[in-house]
Design a protein around this ligand. Structure first.
Ligand code: PRP
Length: 216
């Protein structure tokens, strides 16, 4: 193992996704002990032996770090990859974090979707919403960007429908909303910087094939 070997840096989307990713990496013998300390305020963690670095970032920032090469590899939901539209290679479906991107609203909004009416759509994912309504449904809509708790949109009268992630469906149910149309399935994906994929081809391909064997 040469001493001047370059570090491979991982950017992980904060939260459940990062936890699952670390568990998966552990299964293939990649650990980062420093990261297990719950009280740490450190932002970047190193495994000197394997020449790996890890950092946690807000989900939507992960593709940005990877596109610019600040991270070689990223793990993030496919919703974020679609929304951000960054130039990265998507190399692996990790098989967890499964959910769906849907158009949701009160049952009464179903009619509005059928007749191509001009409606208001609230979403944390304006690009996905735009692509779906403009390019797939050919329906002109007014898209309103929100940053969370999007289900509030139809409840308080801000929007007719929302475009949002549905996992168990309980948030919708508890708020009197339902899935009106399904846009696409989602899951956690591994992305790779386009230059790193060439420069570190051997190490990255080995990692992908080990992970692929674990996540089926
Ligand atoms: C997500 C999503 C829904 C909810 C869906 O929100 O935006 O609100 O989870 O999950 P369910 O179908 O299992 O109820 P998140 O918890 O990420 O928070 P946010 O509203 O701030 O986006």
């Amino acid at each position: 193992m040469s001493e001047d070997r370059k570090y491979i840096t991982f950017a992980l989307g904060k939260g459940r996704l990062a936890k699952k990713t670390l568990e998966l990496l552990e299964e293939i013998g990649i650990t980062c002990e420093e990261m297990k300390d719950k009280d740490t305020r450190k932002l970047i963690f190193v495994n000197e032996e394997l020449k790996l670095k890890f950092f946690l970032a807000k989900g939507p920032d992960v593709p940005t770090y990877v596109e610019y090469g600040a991270a070689d590899i990223g793990v993030v939901g496919s919703d974020t990859i679609l929304e951000e539209g960054r130039r990265v290679y998507e190399v692996l479906d990790l098989g967890f974090g499964k959910c769906r991107m849907c158009v949701c609203g009160p049952a009464s909004a179903k009619e509005l979707l059928k007749h191509h009416e001009m409606i208001r759509v609230a979403s944390k994912y304006p690009n996905i919403a735009k692509d779906y309504f403009y390019n797939k449904k050919h329906q002109t809509v007014d898209i309103i960007k929100l940053n969370g708790s999007v289900e509030l949109g139809p409840i308080v009268g801000l929007a007719d429908v929302i475009v949002d992630i549905v996992e168990t469906g309980s948030t919708l149910k508890e708020n009197g909303l339902e899935v009106l149309e399904e846009i696409c399935p989602l899951s956690a994906r591994m992305i790779v910087n386009q230059v790193s994929m060439k420069m570190e081809a051997e190490r990255i391909k080995e990692l992908i094939s080990k992970l692929r064997a674990k996540c089926g």
